[in-house]
Write a protein that binds this ligand. Structure first.
Ligand code: FES
Length: 190
């Protein structure tokens, strides 16, 4: 089992997030209290790949992002503040660089409204693939100015907390992986 620890620093809080690389049962540490286990991720292998990943959302505080590896892909699980949700809901998708939702559960021409990027009734959670849609760089840093979300370390594309590209060379919004809520505190990827 290989783990790489990512440290997420913010002006007022400091959180530790573990990046899940592989394994069968992974423990994530959060909220700056390393002695407190807050998340457990159970990975189930099938056909030689980790096709399903169950993510425990317990302990992810608002404004925090949990990074999970699903198959070969990093997935960002972000708990959003209420003001972030309201701000993203107010965005007119027609004014975006990519106006389409890129949600495999919706029609291809579904617009990138915030509601089309998250699960109804679970709007505080954003689940997106953490790979830039320009050339596939891994999004590792939060982008805290103006739109929030993430910036790409390679060529500077920026994504908001709905995973929609807001500037830079990226052509599309972040991909939404297949996932479902097993309960209010558990999601299943894949
Ligand atoms: S790979 Fe992200 S902006 Fe180029």
């Amino acid at each position: 089992m290989k783990l790489t620890r990512l440290l997420d620093q913010r002006p007022t809080t400091r959180r530790d997030v573990l990046f899940v690389a592989a394994g069968t049962t992974i423990t994530c540490l959060g909220a700056g209290a390393l002695s407190h286990t807050v998340n457990k991720i159970d990975l189930r292998a099938s056909l030689g790949w980790f096709d399903t990943v169950t993510v425990d959302l317990t302990g992810i505080s608002p404004g925090s992002t949990l990074r999970v590896k699903w198959g070969q892909r990093p997935v960002l699980v972000r708990r959003r503040f209420t003001h972030e949700i309201l701000s993203e809901q107010a965005v007119n998708p027609e004014e975006l660089l990519d106006k389409y939702a890129r949600n495999p559960e919706l029609e291809k021409n579904a617009l990138a409204t915030d509601s089309n990027r998250v699960k109804k009734g679970h709007e505080q959670w954003l689940v997106v693939t953490g790979l830039c849609t320009h050339m596939g760089c891994s999004l590792t840093a939060d982008y805290k100015e103006q739109v929030g979300g993430w910036s790409c370390p390679c060529h500077g594309a920026r994504y908001d907390v709905s995973g929609r590209v807001r500037s830079g060379p990226a052509p599309q919004n972040l991909e939404i992986p297949p996932y479902r809520f097993v309960s209010d505190t558990l999601i299943e990827l894949g």
